[in-house]
Design a protein around this ligand. Structure first.
Ligand SMILES: [Mg+2]
Length: 397
């Protein structure tokens, strides 16, 4: 029988959500090497099923390269309305199970389950029941992890994918993390990992080994303390629920910390494109926005501003957001995470833009439905090669 945990965080992550959604839409694809993405020559893989990951296919890889690795690959175009519908069904499940849920992307969520322990004293039983509920309601499998903090829960889920259930008991965090490769820590991209491995540091536990201490301090400076706390499994980041459900947001953690506007602007801009596309589909407009950055010391800063009027056409919104981002950026800081939220959502006043513009936007929206937002731009920043932004991300669906 487990004893009551002082703090209990549940993390859930749908397994290869976009690829799994393709199978829900077309059950004849079950078991086939499905990937979601754009066609060659310029398309990229947006999401890879576990069947194609075995061939080395990864998200953000050019489709042409994926086809070389896995010639029998079944390429499916993105289907945003389906993802939105599945996300709503997932939210119905989490709303039933938890008083508050923090969604960090369309298919990942945290819930603080500390107070649920009275009714659900067994964390494994709680996780198992949630997995069953999600599968029954949506047809999607997921991986659930429970731990004393968000980071350990996330790492545990990553280590138990797909269709996994992990419970890291309080006090067992450091022992669980110790043997894992250093790149399992959020924010440890290929470059940092390489630099750390040159020192002989291979596992998360090595971050706490005294003989590496001085070399690690030279490498990370003051950031080392935060990393070592994580390596001990110490993480008191709260679950911040969208109490105000009338908002949408998107955020990503980078492989390498950066403060380069040339890197950050296109990422925030792409979030804006995706979010406004969803707003237009639902006939909503946003009255305000929040730009969020987390620096290498895990400090979060935000800028929240109001639009002059509720908007859902991204070229009209981008100048304000771009200014807020410039305002937020500190030249001496480097950032590990960036996010954009749109809030004060309300039904869009009709018409938000003139008819000709509206028809053009509607046509573009149909193209986005067909091919995904990466092939269509509604103005604003020029884009590089497909995937040039996505390769900077570490998140997979
Ligand atoms: Mg996922």
């Amino acid at each position: 029988m487990s004893t009551r945990w002082p703090r209990q965080i549940l993390f859930g992550d749908i397994d290869a959500m976009f690829a799994s959604a393709a199978v829900i839409a077309d059950p004849s694809l079950a078991g086939k090497p499905v990937a979601v993405g754009g066609p060659p020559p310029r398309g990229i893989i947006a999401a890879a099923s576990y069947a194609v990951r075995r061939f080395g296919v990864r998200s953000a890889m050019p489709t042409i390269q994926a086809l070389r690795l896995c010639p029998q690959l079944v390429l499916v175009p993105p289907d945003r309305p389906l993802y939105t519908r599945l996300h709503r069904q997932l939210q119905e499940v989490t709303d039933r199970c938890f008083p508050e849920t923090e969604w960090t992307s369309i298919d990942e969520f945290y819930a603080d389950t500390t107070r649920l322990q009275t009714r659900h004293p067994e964390p494994r039983a709680l996780g198992g029941a949630l997995k069953a509920d999600i599968l029954r309601t949506t047809g999607l499998t997921c991986t659930i992890a429970l731990a004393s903090g968000k980071t350990v829960a996330k790492i545990a889920a990553d280590a138990h994918k797909p269709d996994g259930l992990a419970v890291i008991e309080p006090g067992a965090e450091a022992a669980f993390l110790a043997p894992l490769p250093i790149r399992s820590l959020p924010g440890m991209g290929p470059k940092s990992t390489e630099a750390v491995e040159r020192l002989g540091v291979r596992t998360i536990g090595d971050l706490l080994v005294p003989r590496f201490a001085s070399a690690l301090l030279r490498l990370f400076g003051t950031r080392l303390t935060a990393l070592q706390s994580l390596a001990r499994g110490v993480d008191s980041d709260p679950v911040v629920a969208d109490r105000e459900t009338k908002s949408v947001s998107h955020e990503t953690t980078f492989d390498e910390d950066t403060n380069d506007p040339a890197v950050l602007e296109p990422i925030i801009h792409e979030f804006l494109e995706t979010l406004t596309h969803d707003l237009r589909l639902e006939g909503l407009a946003a009255g305000s926005f929040t730009v969020k950055l987390k620096d290498s010391h895990f400090r979060i800063t935000t800028r929240q501003r109001k639009f002059p009027a509720p908007l859902n056409y991204d070229p009209d919104m981008w100048p304000d957001i771009r200014l807020a981002l410039a305002d937020l950026l500190q030249s001496r800081s480097r950032y590990r995470l960036a996010g954009l939220g749109l809030s004060d959502l309300a039904p869009a006043p009709e018409p938000l833009f003139d008819r000709r513009q509206r028809d053009a936007v509607a046509a573009l929206d149909r193209l986005i439905e067909q091919y995904g937002s990466s092939v269509v731009r509604l103005g604003g920043l020029p884009q590089g090669e497909d995937g040039s932004l996505k390769q900077k991300r570490r998140k997979e669906t």
